[in-house]
Design a protein around this ligand. Structure first.
Ligand SMILES: [Zn+2]
Length: 222
């Protein structure tokens, strides 16, 4: 396979830089967590190397794989979650970026096998629904990827809490997937704090729909 060198280099730089956001927002511990991105107009993805500390990540250390998760170019072996990422890219052509973390508040909901109820406007804006829980799956093979795709297909939420494991988020770009991971941990914490002192009620569906519609289609600079 001939590598689309310039496009690959751009994506390597982008994916490397985005990993610092996982540190900045306290979403990862030691070497856990990973980001990948699709190389535009190709059947390639760029993903974090396995077991390399965040301080040692560089654009050159990012690993290029095909959509089956096989190594195409890189000095390191790819993240141990590569099969899950690759499955998502194969099944969801609209996805341009995937993020995985064990961010603590969101993962606590995953450990309880409990969706985060859509109880605050920021959640309705970003997720348009409860953040769902996906099935328990062992690492390796296609089980995690299959669980992510089965849960998020047709769902508004770009985030899934994989049971007893952690968070996977998708986006049309890796930056959008990182934003979803940051927001998922933020709302997981807020709803947790609220529930410590009393019951938390889901927003009425018509309010969720109105907030989601406005935020996704009207809010911000257009
Ligand atoms: Zn994990």
């Amino acid at each position: 396979m001939t590598l689309p060198t310039e496009a690959v280099e751009r994506v390597r730089e982008d994916v490397c830089a985005l990993h610092s956001e996982l540190l900045r927002w306290n979403l990862v511990t030691w070497t856990s967590g990973n980001i990948s991105a699709r190389v535009p107009d190709s059947d390639l993805i760029v993903i974090k190397p396995s077991g390399v500390s965040y301080e040692d990540l560089s654009p050159e250390s990012m690993v290029v794989c095909d959509l089956d998760g096989a190594l195409v170019d890189g000095r390191h072996s790819p993240s141990s979650d590569t099969d899950a990422h690759a499955y998502v890219y194969r099944a969801m052509p609209e996805v341009g970026g995937v993020v995985h973390t064990h961010s603590p508040y969101a993962t606590a909901w995953a450990a309880r096998d409990e969706p985060i109820p859509c109880a605050i406007t920021a959640m309705a804006d970003e997720f348009g629904a409860d953040v769902p829980v996906g099935p328990f799956a062992l690492i390796g093979g296609d089980d995690i990827g299959r669980g992510i795709v089965a849960t998020l297909t047709g769902h508004r939420s770009p985030a899934v809490l994989m049971r007893s494991h952690g968070v996977f988020t998708i986006g049309d770009s890796p930056k959008a997937a990182v934003k979803a991971a940051v927001m998922c941990e933020d709302v997981a914490r807020t709803v947790h704090l609220a529930r410590e002192h009393g019951p938390v009620e889901r927003l009425p569906q018509e309010h969720i729909d109105a907030l989601y519609e406005r935020y996704q289609n009207v809010y911000g600079q257009r």
